[in-house]
Design a protein around this ligand. Structure first.
Ligand code: AMP
Length: 281
């Protein structure tokens, strides 16, 4: 496994290999867990060489957010990636990614107006911009993203299509802890008590799925039920519970076609998100 620290070296490596080998790419912010590793395994399965980037992207954090405290552990990450037989870790410095006088941004309009985009102003501009840059640097044939960050996945799919980027986007299902909590690097912020409360998210998803299967297709009724469960403990702040179209992310009233349930909550100071697909196309 090779660790590449500069944009130039990464581009040179990819140029040398791209015409003969299929490059699979997994962008991450590090502090890796089984969720990330499931994407790496998918990339290994589909491609010839696997590149994983570790970059805590300043552009996608708001001024009040956790850029400085975001968990980092490069040694543990690289050990895990070595075990997964990753070929390259791309681990750039922020100054190399965003040198002085950097100004260009990518905005995927419309999709960013829903769910997390409503409160995290500019977040998806930061995400789209860094992913576009990483695609130009790593030059992958395909890139693997988790459905855990559903809106991010949809925005990246839209961006690649709209900008004719020659990269296939491969979605992967959410990996959960044994008790159902969606794995996230931010789970490390949770105290024991908060960790228990966080389970209400999974519980509310399960209840909505059951009610939906039993024939309840009225979104506001399902949302109310989820909110009741989430609100049953103090210290759980609901940011949103949304039932929306799987592709446009626009709110739905009566579920007739493709739909997802998406939730964002703050447990103490930790912001957690989760989602499930209620109805495929
Ligand atoms: P992050 O390091 O949080 O930026 O995530 C990097 C990639 O891992 C993104 O494509 C995420 O959607 C994906 N990911 C994060 N958590 C999970 C999970 N629990 N299951 C599957 N994929 C995940």
């Amino acid at each position: 496994m090779k660790i590449i620290r500069t944009v130039k070296e990464m581009q040179d490596w990819s140029d040398g290999i791209r015409s003969t080998r299929r490059i699979g790419f997994v962008p991450t912010m590090g502090y890796l867990h089984e969720g990330h590793l499931s994407l790496v395994r998918k990339a290994r399965e589909m491609g010839d060489v696997t590149v994983v980037s570790i970059f805590v992207n300043p552009m996608q954090f708001g001024p009040e957010e956790d850029l400085v405290t975001y968990p980092r552990d490069f040694n543990s990450d690289s050990e895990m990636l070595e075990k997964e037989k990753t070929d390259i870790i791309f681990y750039p410095e922020a100054q190399d990614m965003y040198p002085q006088r950097y100004t260009t941004i990518i905005q995927v309009r419309g999709l960013e107006d829903h769910l997390c985009g409503r409160t995290r102003t500019g977040h998806f501009i930061g995400v789209a911009t860094v992913v576009a840059k990483l695609f130009n640097i790593v030059k992958p044939h395909f890139a693997v993203f988790g459905q855990k960050d559903y809106q991010q996945l949809k925005i990246i799919e839209r961006m690649t299509k709209d900008l004719n980027m020659d990269v296939e986007i491969v979605p992967c299902p959410t990996v959960r802890e044994q008790d159902g909590l969606a794995m996230s690097s931010r789970n490390t912020y949770l105290s024991q008590e908060e960790r228990k409360k966080a389970l209400l998210i999974y519980k509310s998803i399960g209840t909505v799925e059951t009610l939906f299967r039993q024939g309840e297709h009225h979104a506001p009724t399902l949302i109310e039920k989820a909110k009741e469960i989430l609100g049953s403990e103090a210290g759980m702040d609901i940011e949103y519970v949304s039932i929306c179209d799987k592709d446009t992310l626009e709110d739905i009233d009566e579920i007739k076609e493709s739909a997802i349930l998406a939730i964002a909550c703050r447990v103490g100071r930790t912001r957690l998100i989760d989602n499930t697909i209620l109805m495929e196309d």
